[in-house]
Design a binder for this molecule. Structure first.
Ligand code: SAM
Length: 287
């Protein structure tokens, strides 16, 4: 292999529950590479066996990826080709691989995506909530205070918000959503996607907790929580002419945070409204 040119690193998505969601291309590539870097080799072996993929497996997980990435990229540069897989879904989406991809690219190794299942995209696309603009927030913080602060910061965001959550914390997270966001805000809780007990709970920030408590099964499994964004406020209608003029001036001179705070003090208008209007300006949504 020494005479070969630099190899290729393939990022291969694997099923998130339903094994039939493995693409033909994913299987072909995994059968063709020299080795496979897997988040958990014991977890991936049965899946690979099922598809007659008998390639050497190397562990690449969050505890060794900084150190192991260098050795893997050395092998790619020596001409071997490799695939990265995670336990489920798309590598790097809340899964290991970022140091490897960054290093491979910085050393001129081609990185080729082999797209497929991804829980956030599956949940968002089927949620019935706006999917044209969204923010993926990964797992919420572990403490209630940090979760609530995050939700407060996101409360004016007009994009659909997407979170991953585990069965241990999903009820706590939904309680925080109820505590921070307006009761009528639409929320969809997608559970066990592509699996036998797949379900979508279409609810609101105010009603989600009671609905989940009423059905203990609804707290089992893996979750994606999708929250509709804040209603877009037509800036001119909401703020009024003078506060709007002041906000525009301030945004030219200061950071968004300072502009919002000063505008609230000068005009007496509601901070949340000013914040949303300022965000709309920054994102080019208002003029
Ligand atoms: N890389 C994966 C992807 O592409 O979706 C995500 C990995 S992340 C460590 C695992 C989390 O993704 C779970 O805790 C859950 O929030 C979400 N997830 C993964 N599979 C899921 C499924 N079948 N149904 C619902 N959520 C799922």
């Amino acid at each position: 292999m020494a005479d070969r040119e630099c190899g290729i690193l393939y990022l291969v998505a694997t099923p998130i529950g339903n094994l039939a969601d493995f693409s033909f291309r994913a299987v072909e590539i995994l059968q063709s590479v020299d080795f496979i870097a897997a988040e958990d080799t014991r977890h991936s072996r049965p899946l690979l066996d099922r598809y007659d993929i008998a390639k050497p497996l190397i562990a690449l997980h969050e505890h060794n990826e900084d150190a192991a990435s260098g050795r893997l990229v050395d092998r790619l540069q020596a001409g071997e080709s490799a695939a990265l897989i995670s336990d489920a879904g798309t590598p790097l989406i809340n899964d290991p691989g970022y140091p490897l991809v960054r290093l491979a690219r910085s050393r001129g190794v081609s990185v080729v995506p082999v797209p497929g299942p991804c829980a956030l995209i599956a949940a968002l696309s089927a949620s019935g909530l706006p999917s044209d603009r969204f923010a993926f927030e990964g797992f919420p913080p572990r403490t209630a205070s940090a979760r609530r602060k995050l939700l407060e910061n996101l409360s004016g965001d007009t994009r659909t918000l997407v979170f991953y959550e585990s069965s241990h914390r999903v009820l706590d997270f939904v309680s925080d959503i109820a505590a921070v966001l307006p009761a009528e805000r639409p929320v969809v809780i997608a559970r066990e996607l592509t699996k036998l007990h797949e379900s979508f709970l279409n609810t609101t920030a105010g009603e989600a907790v009671a609905l989940m408590q009423a059905d203990s099964n609804s707290q089992r499994g893996e979750f994606v929580v999708v929250i509709q964004g804040a209603p877009a406020v037509p800036a001119e209608d909401a703020l009024g002419e003078e506060p709007l003029r002041i906000l525009k001036l301030l945004l030219e001179e200061c950071s968004l945070k300072t502009a919002v705070s000063l505008c609230a003090r000068i005009t007496g208008a509601r901070k949340e409204l000013i914040y949303r209007t300022a965000l709309a300006f920054k994102e080019g949504g208002a003029d």
